[in-house]
Every structure is written in structure tokens, then in C-alpha cells.
Design a protein around this ligand. Structure first.
Ligand code: C5P
Length: 309
């Protein structure tokens, strides 16, 4: 019997994300870059089951390459559980079971979703009842994208991406995601961007202007995919494509298949194609599958980390 089937487990589901807009500014001394980003949570989920245990452990299911997800202290969900225990003085452990639906190292915040889900699950399991504000503070200590995985919906992220302001988004946006078997390392992609900028005039133009364009927020507020497509942007895209040149070809294929536009999701290599609606998305998905690509149809915005059942 798996941990999840035992009735005393707490089950939390947390979404993956797309950065609809990702402006990257200067690199700070702590290695993090200033961001102006818009996240949207999409219907691709991590399911985390937390079961009472004396010690801390984590098992992983559903990853294309299980070896790519560490189960030692590098695992962000395990770190989240330990951080919560430390902060609250809980002496119990937890056995975490992660069922991965978000691509590993795909630029969609799968590891961050695991951490957010683990926080919510352990908070319920241990009865620590921290409340949203304190959970968000712990989330921000675990990683820049973790607060958004708690929050969900559509939100503007500033600072390292962890300072969130909810953004209004009407209706639903249809996305086709093209995943890659081989993930990309987020620090590598940021590092590549730094090197690309060193050699360009941009380096002299500090501080980089870091505002989310009003057109992005208006298009989201209006639920208007046609208006959103031309204003989507990702400063990490050129760096991700430099690491993985074939992404450029797939971006062109998606647009040829009928997507309004395509963008690298976060640090990649997942590509996100915005479509005019569900029908258009199904067509794009089928056309991309014919070319041998793994294409998934998802929608956003969806809720953040939530207890199920
Ligand atoms: O916070 P998280 O662990 O998700 O970040 C992974 C890496 O991505 C960081 O170590 C850093 O190299 C890069 N990063 C960054 N600036 C940000 C967010 C992430 O440089 N705002």
C-alpha cells in the first residue's frame, strides 16, 4: 500500500506556473536577479501526500527520470517540512510522497510547487495552523517561486519574484505546453544571460527598466488572449535558446500550427503557446504531436496549493 492510500495522509495539490511576462534586471550580490514578472498558475499539478512519521523522508513518483529528483536534503519539499518543524518547534517527522505532474527542471516551478504543497500539508498534519502570512514568509525563504505556488491565480512578482501582488485575470487562458525530456538548470540559464549581457550595451544601461507593461495587465484583466499575445516577453528566452538551440524551431512550429504566440516558460526548456481558445489549443496540440513533440493542453489561472478531500 502506498503512503497516499493510507487514510491519515494529508493530500495537497499545487500548480505549475507560466511566466506570462518575465523582465530580468540587475544581479545582486546574493546571486539573485531583480525581477518584474507576471505568473499564471496552470492546470498541471504536483500532488503531495504527507503522512505522520517519526523521521523525515521523501519518495517521488511520476517523474520521467526519477534520478533527476533528489530525495536527500536538496529536495525542496523535504526542506520545507523541516523548516516548518524548526520554526514551530514540532518534534514529529513526516513521510512525504510526491506525485509529479509538472516537468522536472522545466521552468514551470515544479519543485517550488512541491515545497508550497509540503508547507500546507505539514501545517495541517501537525496542526500548527500558521496562517497565510507566516506560510508565505517561510515560502520566500525556500525559493523565489514558492510564494506564488502557494498563492496561485495570476500575480505580479517583484523583488526576486517572491513579492506578490494579485493581478485580475478574467476568464480562462488556453495554453499548449511542449515539454522536453532533458531539463535545464535555472542557475545555468541566469548565468548565460549574465554573460550575454556582459558583452552587450545593456550592461551600461543599468538600472534596467523593470516594470510590467500596462498592456500585459490590461490584456489579463480583459481576458483577451489576442491582446496578451503580442505583449508577452521573457528576458530569459534568448539565454534558454542559447543553451538549447532547437527550442527556436519548436517555437516557430507552434505558431505555424495556429498558436497566437509561443514563449519559453521561465528558465525553460518548457515552451508555452498561448491559443485563442480550447478548440484552437486542441488543434495546436494535435499538430505539434504529429511532429513528434510531447504537447499538453492546460488552462489558467487555477488556485494555489490546496488541501484535497
Ligand atoms: O529561488 P530558486 O531556488 O528558485 O532560484 C534558483 C536559482 O535561480 C537561483 O539560485 C539563481 O541562480 C536564479 N535566480 C535568480 N534570480 C531570481 C530567481 C532565481 O538569479 N530572481
Amino acid at each position: 500500500m502506498s503512503l497516499a492510500q493510507r487514510s491519515d495522509a494529508v493530500h495537497v495539490r499545487a500548480p505549475g506556473k507560466i511566466n506570462v511576462y518575465l523582465g530580468v534586471g540587475a544581479r545582486h550580490d546574493d546571486g539573485y536577479h531583480a525581477l518584474a514578472t507576471v505568473f499564471q498558475a496552470v492546470s498541471l499539478y504536483e500532488d503531495v501526500f504527507a503522512h505522520p512519521a517519526a523521521d523525515f523522508s521523501v519518495t517521488v513518483r511520476g517523474a520521467a527520470d526519477p534520478a533527476s529528483v533528489p530525495t536527500d536534503d536538496r529536495n525542496l519539499a523535504l526542506r520545507a517540512a523541516k523548516l516548518l518543524a524548526e520554526e514551530t518547534g514540532v518534534s514529529d517527522g513526516v513521510a512525504l510522497e510526491l506525485r509529479k505532474g509538472v516537468p522536472v527542471a522545466g521552468g514551470m516551478g515544479g519543485g517550488s510547487a512541491d515545497a508550497a504543497a509540503a508547507l500546507v500539508a505539514c501545517d495541517a498534519l501537525w496542526g500548527t495552523d500558521l496562517g497565510t502570512t507566516r506560510l508565505h514568509a517561510l515560502a520566500a525563504r525556500l525559493g523565489a517561486d514558492v510564494p506564488f505556488a502557494l498563492h496561485g491565480g495570476t500575480a505580479v512578482g517583484t523583488g526576486r519574484g517572491d513579492r506578490l501582488t494579485p493581478a485580475l485575470a478574467r476568464g480562462r487562458f488556453d495554453w499548449v505546453l511542449v515539454t522536453s525530456e532533458q531539463g535545464l538548470s535555472t542557475p545555468d540559464v541566469y548565468g548565460r544571460l549574465d554573460r550575454m549581457r556582459e558583452g552587450s550595451a545593456l550592461a551600461d544601461d543599468e538600472p534596467l527598466s523593470l516594470d510590467v507593461p500596462v498592456g500585459v495587465l490590461q490584456a489579463l484583466r480583459a481576458g483577451d488572449a489576442q491582446a496578451l499575445a503580442p505583449v508577452m516577453m521573457n528576458d530569459l528566452e534568448a539565454a534558454a535558446v542559447a543553451e538549447r538551440p532547437e527550442l527556436d524551431l519548436v517555437l516557430a512550429d507552434g505558431v505555424r500550427a495556429g498558436a497566437l504566440t509561443g514563449i519559453v516558460s521561465g528558465s525553460g526548456p518548457t515552451l508555452a503557446f498561448l491559443c485563442a481558445g480550447p478548440e484552437a489549443a486542441r488543434t495546436v496540440q494535435e499538430e505539434l504531436r504529429v511532429t513528434g513533440r510531447e504537447a499538453l493542453h492546460v488552462h489558467g489561472p487555477v488556485a494555489g496549493a490546496r488541501i484535497i478531500g
